[in-house]
Design a protein around this ligand. Structure first.
Ligand SMILES: [Zn+2]
Length: 509
């Protein structure tokens, strides 16, 4: 709608909109340049009638300064592009519900920076991307049915970087921080299902090599920390952290109430591996959506209620699935017999037998020796480190607002090689929460848990399966309560059809 070009004169341009007509669409483009280079800012707005926007742009020489302030409600959609000399950036905010945005941006032919605060409730999607030469960084934040307080920033020019500092909660939340260079790709994301307290501070940067750093917390508990991200960034490796949360039911006779789940992923890989992996995962996503629509037709029943680890939330770029890439991998499980464990007052033979029985359920489905035939007690193995030893242990897992996780799985894999599109899992550690009382008598309820019951689900993660219940874009999977990889906390245990299909697809039958 507006086009303004400027040589070197100072020009102040003010856009002040209070929308009174239904859904207003505006496009503003500003550019500046000489023989040495050009810069252009292109803004598009689709605003609801309940939204006011004030945008102020100053062209001073070859610099463009922009400030904007939005206060609104209803459906709003803002896009901000900057095209400079050898770099690009993009910022998108889409929302449905109360929203406030405050942005300040600077752009010259050589560099750009943006900092922005986004606050709101309802559904909000915010994306920030930058690229220059073969470098690319992005931050994505998505809340569905919740609240968000987000501060984002981007710098392009010399070092390319994007940051998000986020707190959010909601029915379904998602965040992502990715960095790509010609050398490597580092991808970090978090998927949260009905989690009340999520915070993250993530920076994605690229200059010659790509790295993503920071922390992700859920329920005040660190799900991905700086040291782990630093280690992953230094190697061809990945980590998936899976945790489900439960709330004690009012009546301790009843089974616990499923409360929510957290999955975080971090992976570092060579750029060419990433390029082929993202093509593969797109093919996988389209196959899955075809299967899903078939299933909705009722022809397939619950046949396909399963998802491998690495299956992306939105058919995007988290790389392909991973598994143990051997016939009969005979994964040796260890039981860490430390003071935490002894404080439970359990019988070690019974605990090893309970974990082994859980492992045998997966072995029996594949007629393979996925797991070794005995669980080895040891006082010298370590939990939650990628040392090639899969260790089951007891530790205190934080609690917040009466919400507790009975168990976690940390699954490590290498991105150095692939087989049939699967990365190689190298280690998977399972932690049981000392908050609860543990037993081997098959009974879970209130604050008591049966070890085998939790172990079957967590060992599904060890083999490369993802949780079903946090796939908000796949309601059919969430409804698959007969699958072990949904939330299943009651004895007796058996694999659902989807669990079986999953393990057959990955390990044969
Ligand atoms: Zn799980």
């Amino acid at each position: 709608m507006k086009n303004i070009n400027s040589g070197s004169l100072l020009l102040i341009y003010l856009l002040y909109i209070v929308v009174t007509e239904p859904a207003c669409a505006i496009r503003v483009s500003l550019s500046s340049g000489d023989g040495g280079g050009d810069v252009a800012i292109i803004d598009s707005y689709k605003l609801s009638t309940d939204t006011a926007l004030k945008s102020e742009s100053i062209l001073d020489g070859h610099n463009i300064y922009q400030n904007r302030r939005l206060l609104g409600d209803g459906n709003n959609d803002l896009t901000h592009y900057v095209e400079g000399n050898g770099y690009n950036s993009k910022n998108v905010v889409k929302s449905s519900g109360p929203l406030s945005i405050s942005t300040s941006a600077t752009a010259s032919p050589q560099s750009a920076s943006l900092s922005q605060a986004v606050m709101g409730t309802g559904n909000i999607f915010a994306e920030l991307q930058g690229s220059q030469r073969t470098d690319f960084v992005e931050q994505k934040t998505n809340v569905i049915g919740g609240g968000l307080s987000l501060s984002q920033s981007l710098a392009a020019g010399s070092l390319l970087s994007a940051r998000q500092d986020t707190t959010m909660n909601g029915g379904s939340c998602f965040l992502e921080a990715n960095s790509l260079s010609s050398d490597n790709a580092m991808l970090v994301n978090g998927i949260f299902y009905t989690v009340d307290d999520i915070s993250a501070d993530l920076t994605a940067a690229s200059q010659g090599m790509a790295w993503t750093m920071g922390d992700i917390f859920a329920y005040g508990e660190n799900c991905l920390d700086k040291d782990t991200l630093r280690m992953i960034g230094s190697k061809n490796m990945g980590l998936s952290f899976d945790s489900s949360y439960l709330k004690d039911s009012e009546n301790t006779e009843d089974a616990p109430i499923f409360k929510g789940s957290v999955q975080t992923n971090a992976v570092n890989m060579d750029r060419d591996v990433f390029d082929s992996a993202s093509q593969a995962s797109q093919a996988q996503a389209s196959t899955e959506s075809a299967l899903q629509s078939q299933t909705y037709g009722g022809r397939v029943g619950n046949f396909w209620g399963w998802l491998p680890l690495g299956n992306s939330y939105d058919g995007g770029i988290y790389g392909p699935a991973r598994r143990w890439n051997q016939e009969n991998p005979s994964i040796q499980l260890y039981l860490l017999t430390d003071s935490n464990y002894y404080a439970e007052g359990l019988n070690t033979n019974s605990v090893c037998a309970a974990i082994q029985t859980a492992a045998n359920i997966w072995d029996a489905a594949t007629y393979q020796r996925l797991f070794a035939s005995t669980v080895l007690p040891s006082s010298s193995v370590s939990r939650d480190v990628p040392d090639g030893k899969s260790v089951h242990s007891w530790e205190y897992i934080g609690l917040y607002n009466g919400v507790y996780s009975p168990g976690h799985a940390h699954t490590w894999y290498t991105t150095s090689s692939q087989e049939d599109g699967f990365y190689q899992i190298t280690d998977s550690d399972v932690d049981y929460n000392t908050y609860y009382n543990w037993n081997t008598n098959g009974i879970s309820g209130g604050t008591n848990y049966d070890i085998e019951t939790i172990a079957v689900h967590e060992l599904g993660h060890t083999l490369g399966l993802a949780d079903l219940y946090n796939k908000d874009n796949a309601p059919l999977y969430k409804a698959q309560v007969q699958q072990i990889m949904n939330y299943q906390y009651n004895h007796p245990l058996w694999l659902g059809n989807g669990d079986r299909q999953a393990i057959w697809a990955m390990y044969g039958r």
